[in-house]
Structures are given as structure tokens and as C-alpha cells.
Design a protein around this ligand. Structure first.
Ligand code: CIR
Length: 253
């Protein structure tokens, strides 16, 4: 169960966020509105949400998930592989000090963004991507193991971040897209396939029994509901334009 979440408000520079999506630039006002509804959805799931102020110099800074990995036992600061995002880490540190007695960091040689890290109980799958390298992943695994947690690396071919293509819905259920459907590392899970025309919905979020899904992906919504979950849709169009999914907008712990 999660009790808290940290989010950061979008900034006006969000129009310059990194993207491969080809969907145009986000509308700042609409992004703020959607972000506010996202916060409401987290609160509806019982979370106490800390809202950090916008960082005007960091277009992608609302995607707080990438700059830290939070567990029940430790907080690990990551080291983003994207140059324009490195400076975001310093700003999350102060916020974490309110909740953790200490934070740990990885070295300069290690790159990691926690959008590549999927928690399954006490195990953490770490996708190796253009943003997360083996040095960073191994350093994170070393820190996790000091706290009685485990981790393993996942080779990927196509995804921006591991969680762009897969979400753990608890109860052995994985919402999966593309290469994850046949990936040997996930053979032990029940994989619910997200089809190509709804691939953005592969990044959905389990919060205390409710699944948050991006709005507008009816087949994925139905598949999740058929598994017996409560669901809550959140409009995400402006974040989708810069490759940001539901999980990216918060740190949950
Ligand atoms: C980026 O490319 O870094 C942002 N535009 C999107 C980050 C998405 N984060 C995530 O998937 N965890």
C-alpha cells in the first residue's frame, strides 16, 4: 500500500519538453488542469500528496518519477541520462529529506531514470535504455541489496523507458505492450496485452487496488476492468505529447 506521493507542477517551459511523439507541443494551461486532476485521482486513492512548485528552467521536471527511486526502506537519487534533466535531481533531494532520514546517490558514470524501474514487491526490474546504463543499474541494485531488496536488469530494444511498455498491477498481473509480451524476464506473469493503437495505456498505475489509466483507451480499460479492478481515468493528452506517462508524474511511497 502507498500512503504518500510527491508531484511537481508543470512549468511554462513544458512546451520544450523532450519528445519523440510527433503530436505537437503541449498546451501549458491544459497541462496544469490535467495535472490537477491527476493529483485529485491520487487523493481519491487515499494518498497524501505533496505538490512541489514548478521549476521554470526544466521543461520535463513534472516527471518526478525519473529522478528518484523511493522504497519503504530507502530513497535513491538517480542520474538522468538526458542532459537537460540532470539538474532536476538537486531539487528533489530537499523534498525527500522531509520523509527519509538519508538519501543515497549513484555515481557520475552511472545513468538511470526511474521510469526504467518497475517494482514488484521487494524486487526491482531495471530496464537498460538510452537513459539507464548498466553501471547505473548495478549501482542501484547494490544499494537496494543493502536494504534487503533485490534488482535485476532487463534488456530492451524499442522502449523509451521500461515502464513505457509495462505496468505491474499486483496479483501477478502485468499490463504489457510490444517486446514485453514475449520477453523471457516476464514469463512468470499473466500478461495482459495492450494493442499497438493503445500503446500509451501500457503505462498505467496501481494505487492501493485502483488502476489509474490514461483517458481514451477503451480496450485497455475494459481489459483491466474484466480482471476485477476499480479504475479511474485521467486525461493525459498534454503529457503524452512529450512522452510522459501516468507513472512519470509522481513518486509514490
Ligand atoms: C523525457 O523524455 O524525459 C520526458 N519528455 C518524458 C519522461 C517520461 N518519463 C517516464 O517515462 N518515466
Amino acid at each position: 500500500m502507498f500512503t504518500r506521493a510527491i508531484v511537481r507542477k508543470p512549468c511554462e517551459a513544458i512546451v520544450n519538453g523532450l519528445t519523440t511523439a510527433n503530436l505537437g507541443a503541449p498546451d501549458y494551461a491544459l497541462a496544469c488542469e490535467q495535472h490537477q486532476d491527476y493529483v485529485t485521482a491520487l487523493q481519491e486513492c487515499g494518498l497524501q500528496v505533496t505538490e512541489l512548485p514548478a521549476l521554470k528552467d526544466y521543461p520535463d521536471s513534472c516527471f518526478v518519477e525519473d529522478v528518484a527511486l523511493l522504497t519503504q526502506h530507502c530513497a535513491i537519487l538517480t542520474h538522468p541520462g538526458a542532459l537537460s534533466r540532470k539538474g532536476e535531481v538537486a531539487y528533489i533531494t530537499a523534498a525527500l529529506n522531509a520523509f527519509y532520514s538519508s538519501t543515497q546517490a549513484i555515481s557520475d558514470k552511472g545513468h538511470a531514470e526511474a521510469g526504467d524501474i518497475m517494482m514488484v514487491g521487494s524486487h526491482f526490474y531495471i530496464g537498460l535504455s538510452e537513459r539507464t546504463n548498466l553501471i547505473g543499474a548495478n549501482e542501484i541494485i547494490r544499494i537496494l541489496s543493502k536494504h534487503g531488496l533485490s534488482g535485476s536488469t532487463v534488456k530492451m530494444k524499442e522502449l523509451l523507458h521500461l515502464k513505457t511498455g509495462v505496468s505491474y498491477l499486483e496479483n501477478n498481473n502485468l499490463l504489457a505492450y510490444g517486446e514485453i509480451m514475449s520477453h523471457p524476464d516476464f514469463a512468470e506473469y499473466r500478461r495482459i496485452e495492450v494493442h499497438e493503437d493503445e500503446q500509451y495505456a501500457a503505462n498505467s498505475l496501481w494505487i492501493n487496488g485502483t488502476i489509474l489509466l490514461p483517458k481514451g483507451f477503451p480496450n485497455t480499460l475494459k481489459a483491466v476492468q474484466q480482471l476485477g479492478y476499480e479504475t479511474r481515468e485521467v486525461a493525459m493528452s498534454e503529457f503524452q505529447k512529450i512522452d510522459g506517462g501516468l507513472s512519470c508524474l509522481s513518486l509514490r511511497f
